[in-house]
Design a binder for this molecule. Structure first.
Ligand code: NAP
Length: 281
């Protein structure tokens, strides 16, 4: 039976460290969360982020814009937040409704307030290993590995998914820790042949049941980044948890694995922004 990697508990520890650091420093970090439209998943994420901020002692402001507010008004709000001294982090919740350029919005955020680490300057820094902000989800995965004493050095890590926000930065962080990394995507032929080679398998696709037991090497570490809504309305990852758990050495649950870590790293990044990029855990 695998060790279940408890992201909820570890995220709680990280948030407690952030809270203590804020109390000691006397800083008042501020996070602006901008949501456009009424995507139900986005509204849940925003609510959770506000709760995390309250838990850590971070001032949060939510800006809820109508879906048809238009890109110009959204960009004007980002500019206003860029110029506010009491706002240290700016997060625009994606996906945006049709008709908005997510890239234009990302590049409009001041890189020093880009707590999601999506701006070109920050993604470039992630490539070079010289981070200001850690990319929230991939950094959360690395913290989970470290917490369970799993050293990626020399291991074959297979990352399924190549998005700019998860798959690619995840591969970079693993590479910087001396893993041999394979990145798979929708055009990969024979996905199972790739995943079966993984000592550490990270799945970030968004498809329930994609990773089945026959695709996992016995004893592998299995990290399920995905958050999908199952047919029964419950949250599910990409991994067939019931079938894979008996053969893996470690596995993350969904929910309670990577998701809480992502949110905790966001809190850490907001503190880091308030400290001028200086704070590291
Ligand atoms: P995304 O932008 O849609 O990217 C999905 C990736 O999966 C793409 O690279 C795609 O390949 C690949 N893919 C699709 N079908 C595939 C298949 N059959 N076999 C192999 N690869 C396939 O999604 P994302 O934003 O990276 O998010 C991925 C998942 O993680 C989603 O479930 C999302 O909700 C979740 N997520 C969770 C957290 C968290 O905190 N836990 C944070 C962010 C995202 P192509 O590039 O070829 O299209």
């Amino acid at each position: 039976m695998a060790i279940i990697m408890d992201g909820k508990a570890l995220a709680g520890q990280l948030k407690a460290k952030v809270k203590a650091k804020i109390e000691q420093s006397g800083l008042k970090p501020g996070l602006a969360v901008v949501v456009v439209g009424d995507n139900p998943a986005s509204l849940v994420y925003v609510k959770n982020k506000k709760r995390d901020c309250a838990e850590c002692g971070i001032h949060s402001e939510e800006f809820a814009l109508a879906a048809d507010v238009g890109e110009d008004k959204l960009l004007a709000l980002v500019e206003e937040l860029n110029n506010r001294a009491d706002i240290h982090g700016i997060l625009v919740q994606f996906p945006l409704p049709a008709g908005y350029s997510e890239d234009k919005v990302i590049q409009a955020i001041c890189p020093n307030k880009d707590v999601d680490a999506f701006h070109a300057l920050n993604t470039g820094k992630i490539m070079s290993g010289n981070y200001t902000f850690l990319p929230c989800t991939p950094a959360g995965v690395m913290m989970l590995l470290d917490n369970y004493g799993i050293d990626p050095a020399g291991k074959h890590c297979v990352v399924v998914g190549r998005s700019n926000t998860v798959g690619k930065p995840q591969a970079m962080l693993l590479l910087h820790r001396d893993a041999t990394v394979t990145i798979c995507h929708s055009r990969t032929q024979d996905l199972g042949a790739m995943t079966r080679q993984a000592d550490i398998l990270v799945s970030a696709v968004g498809r329930v049941g994609l990773i089945t037991a026959d695709m996992v090497k016995p004893g592998a570490v299995v990290i399920d980044v995905a958050i999908n809504r199952g047919e029964d309305g419950k949250l599910r990852g990409d991994v067939d948890f019931a079938a894979v758990e008996p053969i893996a050495s470690h596995i993350t649950p969904v929910p309670g694995g990577v998701g809480p870590m992502t949110r905790a790293v966001l809190m850490e990044n907001t503190l880091r922004a308030a400290m001028g990029g200086q704070y590291g855990i």
